[in-house]
Design a protein around this ligand. Structure first.
Ligand code: IVH
Length: 675
């Protein structure tokens, strides 16, 4: 290289470092402080200049260059990462009285006399998805979702696209390692815009900003995440090496200095009264906030006090989530319609005058069933209070009786299915009325919709409207008919052309090799959600045993209760269902669960008993891990027990194990065997 070239290279390197620093600074002003110093056009010029230099000198590109936020190649699946310090959860205070109890308990635990106010730190409780950001020597090295608290999913590639997350800490002497915790959220306006776009593209709408944030962050393709205006508010601390700060306030101030977004609504409160004032003030401001919160979080301000207060069932005793009651609004019931679900349940639904509630416009509210309508005396034309809490469908809480005019009309569920006209039945002891017909089109549509949905067989592009068309045209009468569809058939439907029909057939083809649990879930068996489907798939590893499983046998499986067991048994005893499932299976190449093959599974045919508190695993996690390896977890020790896994404060079961000379192992040994 000539000396001129070398000179140009080093000038470029200098300029690139300078641009990286400037862009980071302007990102911080724009995305964190909401207070830009330069115009968008100027910013773009910097950005393009940097991109041009990086194209010319790719080897000089800095690892924390802002151009690297935009996303690279899509991943096959998320990698699991273990948090260095587990991400715990918070206990709730659901009323002011409960918060006062929390304060009293804290006094007792810390042995501080009641008249001496405790020092708290109060802040917002963001309603998003918690993330753990790991920085080593100041550089962002990994980002993960909370997962089960111990292990989360590696979303580093996605987090890097979020401009309010610094790629490097603004610090000359950063801690060697630090885990910074925060909440990824999508502001309400952006959530609404995203849903408008989803609707335009005929894609599924997100129920609320939190789901939208989670869906955006858990994308295998970070280019998609990059298009979603996510932001992260930071508040918490996990593992740390090389930083000592005495209080939460100082820590959060430090976060701000490092370049993180920290909400400005936070303050040190002396005693419960000051916390209550903060809580009430934020409740008033809540409607005006551009993002969703579901309460405030109150923490002892001193880290040492939090440690001293200790932990109870995976929640620190020195912190509490002080929640707000669910949001409510008043509106008018314009009509009541009846929806028929996939198991034939008739659900009365109120069509209400549109109201804005909790980040979305509500047009429908569930009335649950006839008993609820009678108990609350709900009538068409009534002015009512509706509420929505978190994810759930809005519901009618009560009628404003003083607003009655006398023109309101009572409502009764019909005696016949509103869709197919068949008789309906209400079983003794049940609140639900069901359509009994096997051929009810409404049920069929719901069943097919469920079968093809994203969490089941995932036939991309086969949305509600298309299922409706397919059933109405008589092309789909049972599960397997989805796989009998041909392009010629699809072309007969309104709105389909050569390309769109070919695409649909291609999606159907792609759905032919699902994992076992997806098929079990997709059948839409009453009470069998995704979680139960996974449990069944892991337990049996194959479809065949499900056809013959007795309720007793099913109940032996951890996490399966009597009602669920009965429902599964009934489903597979029914000749029509059996026929439909066999028919469907002919078209599928079902993938067995990713556990070890039965022969090779470590605990195949073995029975284990868990006792005491294990140091890191929760009982449900340990059970799942054992079952995945073919083992059975039993609740009592007998001669047939192969291993007893004992944790702290193991009691009589451990004694019994010793008496019967059953092998006793600890968690570490269990994990070793599982590996
Ligand atoms: S501190 C021990 N602070 O609420 C856990 N959490 O219900 C310490 N959250 O999983 C958490 N805003 O995802 C903390 N200002 C805040 C928060 C917050 C939202 C979430 C977080 C946590 C959940 C616990």
């Amino acid at each position: 290289m000539s000396s001129r070239e070398q000179g140009a290279r080093s000038a470029a390197a200098q300029r690139m470092a300078d641009l990286v620093q400037q862009i980071h600074h302007h990102d911080f002003r724009y995305y964190v402080l909401d207070d830009p110093e330069i115009s968008d056009a100027e910013y773009d010029r910097f950005f393009r200049e940097l991109q041009a230099l990086e194209t010319q000198y790719p080897d000089l590109r800095l690892s924390d260059s802002p151009t690297q936020r935009v996303g690279g190649k899509a991943l096959e699946q998320f990698r699991k990462v273990r948090h260095r310090v587990p991400m715990l959860s918070l206990a709730n205070a659901l009323s002011e009285a409960e918060f006062v109890e929390f304060d009293e308990r804290a006094h007792r635990v810390l042995e501080v006399p009641a008249e001496r106010a405790l020092e708290y730190y109060a802040e917002l409780k963001f309603d998003g998805l918690s993330v753990n950001l790991t920085y080593e020597n100041g550089a962002l090295v990994s980002a993960a979702t909370r997962g089960d608290g111990e292990t989360g999913e590696d979303v580093t590639h996605n987090i890097r696209t979020i401009r309010s997350v610094p790629l490097r800490l603004n610090d000359q002497a950063p801690p060697r390692v630090i885990e910074i915790r925060g909440e990824a959220i999508l502001p309400i306006r952006d959530f609404e815009k995203l849903n408008e776009e989803q609707a335009r593209r005929g894609q599924k709408l997100f129920a609320n900003p939190r789901n939208a944030a989670a869906g955006s962050l858990r994308q295998l393709d970070s280019a998609i995440t990059a298009t979603r205006p996510l932001t992260v508010f930071c508040y918490g601390l996990g593992h740390v090496d090389g930083l000592e700060l005495p209080t939460m306030k100082e820590y959060q101030d430090q976060l701000e200095t490092w370049g993180f977004r920290v909400a400005k609504w936070r303050e040190v409160c002396h005693g419960a009264d000051e916390v209550l004032k903060f809580y009430r003030r934020i409740e008033e401001e809540r409607e005006k906030l551009p993002f969703e919160i579901d309460g405030v979080v109150v923490k002892l301000n001193r880290f040492e006090a939090i440690d001293r207060a200790g932990y109870i069932s995976r929640s620190p005793r020195g912190m509490v989530a002080f929640k707000y009651p669910p949001r409510q609004e008043t509106t008018t019931i314009e009509d009541i319609i009846v929806q028929v679900g996939r198991t034939g349940a008739l659900t009365p639904v109120a069509l209400v005058a549109p109201v804005y509630l909790g980040g979305a416009t509500v047009r429908r509210a569930t009335l649950h069933n006839q008993d609820e309508i009678d108990r609350k005396d709900i009538r068409i034309g009534d002015k009512v209070v509706i509420q929505r809490a978190g994810d759930v469908i809005p519901e009618v809480v009560k009628v404003i009786e003083t607003a009655r005019t006398g023109k309101e009309r009572k409502f009764h569920l019909p005696r016949h299915c509103p869709v197919c006209g068949s008789e309906v039945e209400r079983k003794e002891g049940e609140a639900v009325v069901r359509c009994l017909s096997r051929d009810c089109v409404a049920q069929l549509k719901e069943r097919i919709r469920h079968l093809v949905m994203i969490d089941a067989l995932n036939v991309e592009g086969m949305g509600e409207r298309i299922v409706e068309q397919l059933v109405d045209a008589g092309f789909v009468k049972r599960y397997a008919d989805v796989f009998r569809l041909t392009q010629e058939r699809v072309l007969e439907l309104e709105g389909f052309a050569e390309r769109s029909s070919a695409k649909l057939i291609e999606s159907i083809e792609k759905a032919r090799a699902p994992e076992l649990y997806r098929v079990i879930f997709g059948l839409g068996i009453r009470h069998v959600g995704e979680r139960t489907a996974k449990v069944l798939a892991n337990h049996y590893g194959d479809f065949a045993p499900l056809f013959t499983a007795t309720p007793d046998e099913l109940e032996q499986i951890h996490e399966i209760g009597p009602e669920v067991a009965r429902s599964i048994h009934e489903y597979f005893q029914d000749a029509q269902s059996r026929h439909d499932v066999h028919d469907l299976l002919k078209f599928l190449e079902v993938k067995p669960p990713r556990r070890a093959a039965a022969g090779k599974a470590v605990f195949a045919g073995k029975t284990l008993v868990l006792t005491g508190t294990l140091p890191t695993l929760q009982r449900s996690e340990a059970t799942r891990l054992i079952e995945e390896q073919g083992g059975k977890v039993s609740s009592s020790v007998s001669k047939k027990t192969d291993f007893v896994v004992a944790g702290a404060e193991a009691g009589s079961k451990l004694d019994k194990a010793r008496e019967l000379a059953v092998t006793v192992i600890d968690e570490a040994e269990l994990l070793r065997m599982l590996r």
